[in-house]
Design a protein around this ligand. Structure first.
Ligand SMILES: [Zn+2]
Length: 77
């Protein structure tokens, strides 16, 4: 038995991160002046930030350009 590094993958394949781990997204990186910060998997951040963006910024959270900006602004947590 090895001390398997792949024994406890929290997400399925295709999650994208080097460790499939958590990321941090600062809304202020996309919307200057916003202090909102999200932390979680990329998929979770997309979902949460989408709700926040639609409600608080009145933008379309399915806008490909916006999603691109959000992904680009994510940092490893
Ligand atoms: Zn915001």
């Amino acid at each position: 038995m090895s001390r398997g590094e792949v024994a406890t993958t929290p997400q399925g394949p295709g999650e994208g991160g080097p460790r499939g781990g958590l990321k941090t997204f600062r809304c202020g990186d996309v919307v200057p002046g916003c202090d909102e910060v999200f932390r979680g998997t990329a998929a979770a951040i997309i979902a949460l930030a989408g709700v926040h963006a639609a409600r608080d910024h009145g933008v379309d959270p399915t806008d490909p350009a916006l999603l691109d900006a959000v992904r680009g602004a994510m940092r490893p947590a």
